[in-house]
Ligand binder design. Sequence first.
Ligand SMILES: N[C@@H](CCC(=O)N[C@@H](CS)C(=O)NCC(=O)O)C(=O)O
Length: 230
Amino acid sequence: MIELYQFSTSPFAEKVRRALHYKGLAYSIHEVDRRAAREGEYSIVSPTGKFPSIKDGESIVWDSTDIIFYLEKRYGDQPLVPNDPRTAAEAHAIEEWADESLYFYEMTIRLTWEHNLDEALDEFAETMPAIPKDQLRQMIIQSTSELTSTQGVGRKPRDQIVTDVERQFQHIEGLLADREWLVGDRITYADLAVLSQVNAMLYAAEARVAMDNKRLIQPWIDRVNSLARP
Ligand SMILES: N[C@@H](CCC(=O)N[C@@H](CS)C(=O)NCC(=O)O)C(=O)O
């Protein structure tokens, strides 16, 4: 059976769980201990120290995109990667947008804005029960702020970030204006990547407000959930 190594709170883990569900593949979960990961305890399943990763028999794959491409090749049914080169390129570009841009917004608004972190804190605390909640809260804010500040989003004023999120949601609506899926005419890994980041963003009150007047996103979320639950 496939073994998934994950941080349950990670949108990249959600993306992989959705892909496994869509493909009807059984799997077991190893919740990664963050401190042990930093000390290199999982270096065989993830040499980069980043998760998710999977172990499937003798095969070990890390990075959510590589995992999806591995599953696609190894288990042919229920494709998530388009065949047609243009559609495949579009899916790739949209997945990269989710992983490399939306991810930094979700980290900033979910994990560095204190009023929103309080919504997510219990889930993080469950995975790190040894750390008192107040200390955990400070640790998350500090480590995430360093990351988002280095990347840049974390240095923007809050109102500009809210405007950016509103614009991102508008663009998701734009992609859905004349079709059911973000790319092409069937579900792809781009849908899984974007939805996983949107779900993380929706912990933030400001993202929920941005969703209020969006007609197409919720039905799309329902469609993805009906085929590929986390
Ligand atoms: N490109 C990677 C990103 C994975 C990633 O950034 N995972 C974060 C959790 S959301 C992580 O493992 N962070 C631990 C660290 O950076 O030490 C993927 O798609 O799997």
